[in-house]
Design a protein around this ligand. Structure first.
Ligand code: ZN
Ligand code: ZN
Length: 345
């Protein structure tokens, strides 16, 4: 077999050409002359293949160039080098070198591509700026109570983190507005089903009380549109609090969706209550004091009351291990030994 161009003999011909003549016959790759990279002037994200991502300019430019470059069937891209140079605030030059395999030979192709950077407003920011929302999550303290130190900030951070995580899957998951209301905070959310999911997560994590309501706010394609309100009301107690119920004192160790787990401070036995039962919250870890052990018998300890240095007897609970000082709380002239929350169950 002979090449129709150079007349040399070849074991394999490509369109009647030997491999050397074939690779010179054309480019095999079509580069764009210029590409436009869009970024959002509000959130700073870049558009990549129709999605808005927290990438850098170079990454977005590379994606735009590669997606507008066409390689002929039969040619294979082995590797490439890309170098992007800024020429003005919005103009860049990209120098691209392709290493291709064509007809069993390695060939190089080069291009210089103009890249323009354009700032626009992404669809999410358009909606945020337009105050779009489908649901409100209302975070509130217990009735008559208030948030503990940093608590509202912790919950707010958790909501923002969940929104960020959800946004990568659904661009409607964003916070339009945050507003402090009635001792709590309202979060306006772009997607109602995700807002419901977040509200339920908070309910589970904090043992909160949950109610939802809706109001009609418009029509879309003949369908009624509702705005949802998810109220998340924190319970009066937190893990580590001391509770009083029917004259007994408990340490709260965990909060479930409808029950709370406690330790009875007299026997150190485990108890659980229905979350709706009335309990009084005595306080948290600020109640804990250190008491010195004066003496010890098989089932009792004599402790020195840290308040007035009187000696008081307490029943020695099962699982108690001896040391010189013990954590106690004082309630109504009595001392209660406090088990460590980290103890094995
Ligand atoms: Zn030839
Ligand atoms: Zn944006």
């Amino acid at each position: 077999m002979y090449c129709v161009k150079c007349g040399r003999e070849a074991t394999e011909l490509y369109e009647h050409l030997c491999p050397e003549c074939y690779v010179k016959s054309r480019n095999f790759v079509e580069f764009p002359q210029d590409v436009v990279v869009h970024s959002c002037r509000s959130c700073g994200r870049f558009e990549m293949l129709g999605e808005w991502k927290n990438s850098g300019f170079n990454e977005a430019a590379e994606s735009a160039i590669m997606n507008n470059t066409y390689i002929e069937k039969g040619a294979k891209l082995l590797s490439y080098e890309l170098d992007i140079e800024q020429k003005s605030p919005i103009h860049y030059q990209a120098n691209l070198r392709f290493y291709l395999q064509v007809a069993g030979l390695e060939v190089e192709r080069e291009a210089s591509i103009r890249v323009r950077h354009r700032e626009i407003t992404c669809p999410r920011c358009q909606k945020v700026n337009g105050n779009y929302y489908e649901a409100i999550i209302q975070v509130r303290p217990a009735v008559g109570g208030k948030f503990r130190e940093e608590e509202l900030e912790d919950i707010s951070r958790e909501i923002r983190r969940m929104v960020d995580a959800g946004f990568s899957r659904n661009p409607n998951i964003f916070i339009t507005k945050e507003e402090d209301m009635h001792g709590g905070r309202d979060f306006y959310i772009g997607d109602s089903s995700y807002a419901s999911h977040m509200a339920r997560r908070l309910v589970k994590n904090y043992g909160a009380i949950y109610t939802e309501s809706s109001s009609l706010w418009g029509m879309k394609n003949g369908r009624e549109l509702y705005r949802m309100t998810y109220l998340v009301r924190l319970p009066p107690y937190r893990i580590g609090d001391f509770l009083e119920k029917d004259g007994k004192i408990y340490l709260l160790v965990s909060i479930g969706s409808d029950r709370i787990q406690c330790i009875d401070l007299e026997s150190w036995g485990d108890f659980s209550f229905d979350g709706k039962e009335r309990v009084s919250v005595l306080g948290g870890e600020e109640m804990i004091k250190k008491a010195v052990i004066v003496s010890e018998s098989s089932n009792e300890l004599q402790l020195m009351d840290p308040l007035d240095y009187r000696t008081l007897d307490v029943r020695k609970p099962a699982g108690f291990s001896f040391s010189e000082e013990v954590p106690v709380i004082r309630y109504q002239e009595r001392l209660y030994l406090v088990p460590s929350l980290e103890r094995s169950p």
